[in-house]
Design a protein around this ligand. Structure first.
Ligand SMILES: Cc1cc2nc3c(=O)[nH]c(=O)nc-3n(C[C@H](O)[C@H](O)[C@H](O)COP(=O)(O)O)c2cc1C
Length: 323
């Protein structure tokens, strides 16, 4: 397998600049470990590890460690919407550091406290951003690199294309990782050619043998084409990329009038976000594991267009490296 030398491979101590992005509810320990073992880096999603896949957090990290001795990363969603949640995230980051994790991907909020916890131990922090304003905030907090989440991404997509983000964020001088729309080796190499130090992929890794998502979900990704992906506000209150299934059509894509009103005021918005969070965590967990395919409530990005089979995560990484 070909190996690479980019700012990301040097920072994360990996051979191929591919991050298997954190995914609620799809990041299970076996998937994280397989991506790392193959030379990329798997990112732990703590709520997925504990609530969806039922592991005690520290034991889950140790399970991954038994499956691979290569570097692994952890996702800290740092939106401080609830004090309890924030305190729990601080504990999760500290336990990850105790268990030897040295690569962190932060999303939302201000990543400064994660940098302050990780840096003294040699930890590296990359921050998810969708535009320059958030990138500057992240860099002011001391992050080492930026993950530029574009308009083709699964999860919370941004408004801009990979080329626009390169133009806008490149001058800031930090290593940039391209997140969104990478489903084929060509798309991976095109991102590197644009100047990205690597890619973060989510959707491609759901259609793998190690991912514990249901077969119905994986087959839906294989069947879907780019125009089957729609943005729904009904899940978290902000647009999330999902496959346009009968369930999604029944539900509609826009937040209802009550939710829209709740999302307007600052305090109400917080409460509404918490209600959305609890509801969507439950729904997404059950839909992703449901083998009947009746709960067709599936997040995926536009990279579905290039995904046509279930492979092992290691085969994906090797094929992309050599492709
Ligand atoms: C099902 C799903 C769940 C996701 N959950 C998270 C998450 O919990 N935290 C996060 O930072 N990013 C999350 N993401 C974003 C991914 O880490 C990654 O940036 C994105 O999937 C890249 O786009 P792609 O799906 O086109 O490859 C999620 C993406 C998907 C598809």
């Amino acid at each position: 397998m070909r190996t690479f030398d980019t700012a990301l491979t040097r920072h994360a101590h990996i051979e191929v600049p591919i991050i298997c992005g954190a995914m609620y509810p799809c990041s299970n320990p076996e998937l994280v470990a397989a991506a790392s073992e193959a030379g990329g880096i798997g990112i732990i999603q703590p709520i997925s590890l504990t609530y969806v896949h039922g592991h005690d957090y520290r034991e889950g990290l140790r399970l991954i460690r038994r499956l691979t001795s290569k570097p692994i990363g952890m996702n800290a969603l740092i939106e401080a919407s609830s004090k309890n949640y924030h305190e729990r995230m601080i504990r999760w980051v500290n336990v990850a550091l105790e268990e030897g994790v040295r690569f962190f991907v932060t999303s939302l909020g201000n990543p400064k406290w994660v940098v302050e916890a990780a840096k003294p131990l040699g930890g590296i922090v990359y921050h998810d951003v969708t535009e320059r304003k958030w990138a500057e905030k992240g860099l002011a907090g001391g992050v080492h690199g930026l993950i530029a989440v574009n308009s083709r991404a699964g999860g919370h997509a941004g408004p801009k294309t990979p080329a626009q983000l390169m133009d806008e964020l490149g001058p800031l001088g930090a290593p940039l990782v391209c997140a969104g729309g990478i489903g084929t080796p060509k798309e991976f190499h095109d991102a590197l050619a644009l100047g990205y130090a690597g890619v973060q992929m989510g959707t491609r890794f759901i259609a793998t043998t190690e991912c514990r998502a249901s077969d119905a979900y994986k087959q839906a990704i294989i069947r879907a084409q780019e125009n089957d992906i729609v943005l729904s506000e009904r899940i978290t209150g902000v647009p999330v990329a999902v496959i346009n299934t009968p369930f999604i059509q029944r539900m509609g894509l826009k937040a209802g009038p009550l939710a829209r009103w709740m999302l307007r005021g600052r305090r109400r918005k917080r409460l509404m976000r918490s209600i959305y969070a609890v509801k969507s965590l439950w729904q997404l967990k059950h839909a992703s594991l449901d083998e009947t395919g009746e709960k067709d409530y599936w997040q995926a990005g536009r990279s579905v267009a290039g995904i046509d089979s279930v492979e092992s995560a290691g085969d994906v990484i090797r094929r992309f490296a050599d492709g």
